[in-house]
Design a protein around this ligand. Sequence first.
Ligand code: HEC
Length: 165
Amino acid sequence: MRGSQTITFALGVVGVCAVSLAARAQTASTLEPVQYPESYRHFVHVKSTVIGKDSPDFQRNGGIHHFYANDKAMEGYRTGLFPDGSVLVDDSLEAQESAGKTTEGARHRVAVMVKDHDRYSSTRGWGFEVFKGDSHEGSLPAEGRAACVRCHASGRDSVFSEYRP
Ligand code: HEC
């Protein structure tokens, strides 16, 4: 390799390194998207909660909530530490009342927590996402995500619900 070619080659290598460093820095600062939890209704049903009209949370979160956990998350309920790969789902549905009976209406949204220490290190190892209605596309803006992280920080490894066998 002649002198000038060597310099061009060396500059090329530096350029590639700079680009890949920039890409890595970006990955660390931008939270990676949480995938839709396919077939979550086949997970373990952890519990259900109904938030009715008398609750101060009704405006924000009223309706029927079924909570689901995949196998890894079940380990977390047992030990108190949720391993990477844990998926927790808050399946939020409209509550339809008729003649004293409450039944499930349309799906409001699917709220999801996914544990991955590397990808979500800045949010206590959890990725948060919301899928509105029947959509499989995440819709949570950054400030909404910050609210999830803040409130969930007081849970056990950021999780509030407990499993009852
Ligand atoms: C003001 C507090 C608060 C905020 C904000 C909040 N949550 Fe929760 N979340 C809770 C509580 C309390 C429970 C448990 C409810 C129960 O047991 O009935 C819960 C339960 C959950 C669960 C089931 C796992 C668990 O911790 O029990 C998921 C998944 C979840 N929330 C996702 C989210 C997402 C995503 C956001 C942001 C869009 C969010 N939450 C915002 C308080 C909050």
